[in-house]
Design a protein around this ligand. Structure first.
Ligand SMILES: [Zn+2]
Length: 237
């Protein structure tokens, strides 16, 4: 088996665990190399800390704990939560992250996600794909020669997202839950405004995607398509 590099890009700590950790755990089982990059450290996502810096520190630590379960290396890009913009600076950071991971597969937020940080992250990733090989593109990491396949993972509670391909995560679902529970700050925070607990949401959405795909639990994806960057579905686990 040829080992490949997998990069999951998210807007916030916990995006990866909610939307695509099952797929990463499947890749891990197969021995592939896992990388995670986050555009923000979720630095407004709690009312239990005194400052944005303290929230970011707590949430980055939670992310590192979760990443251990997936055997993933993590890169924090550290833009402000709830304020992410598509700028030359954010593009440069995302290009750096992609080149750092040298990925064969990228999993990222969906550009039409109703959450702004998610949508902006997904849009930046999509729009820098053609910048990955260019040596004159403003970036700090050297160009890479690969043409990664980009797959978008789902949106919060599945709103506005119809998958075109599914990954059966049934045998890693318990580990996925364990990874999500590392984001301890988010359980209180989400309860401030959501009717369902975080693990309930995971159970319902992953089971619903499983129902659509003929599995018990599943994660769904849509593929990015651009000349030279057509999706290789065979690279999904
Ligand atoms: Zn998020």
């Amino acid at each position: 088996m040829i080992l490949v590099n997998i990069l999951a890009i998210g807007a916030h700590p916990d995006d990866i665990e909610v939307f695509c950790a099952g797929t990463l755990l499947k890749y891990k089982q197969q021995g592939h190399n896992i990388f995670i990059a986050l555009t923000t450290s979720g630095n407004i996502g709690s009312n239990e800390y005194a400052s944005r810096e303290e929230i970011a520190l707590a949430r980055e630590n939670e992310q590192l704990e979760a990443a251990k379960i997936m055997g993933a290396q993590v890169k924090f890009l550290r833009f402000d939560d709830q304020g992410l913009q598509d700028t030359p600076e954010t593009r440069r950071a995302v290009i750096n992250a992609i080149r750092w991971a040298n990925p064969d597969v990228i999993l990222a937020n969906y550009p039409e996600d109703p959450s702004t940080d998610h949508a902006v992250t997904g849009k930046i990733v999509s729009e820098v794909m053609l910048s990955i090989p260019g040596k004159l593109i403003p970036a700090d990491e050297p160009p890479i020669a690969k043409n990664p396949s980009l797959f978008y993972y789902g949106t919060p509670v599945g709103i506005g997202f119809l998958p075109e391909v599914y990954v059966d995560i049934t045998d890693v679902y318990e580990l996925k839950k364990e990874a999500l529970t590392k984001h301890t700050s988010q359980f209180n925070w989400m309860d401030v405004y959501q009717t369902h607990g975080l693990l309930d949401i995971l159970e319902i959405t992953d089971k619903f995607r499983g129902l659509q795909a003929g599995f018990i639990y599943a994660e769904g994806y849509r593929a990015f398509r651009l000349h030279g960057y057509m999706p290789n579905f065979k690279l999904l686990p």
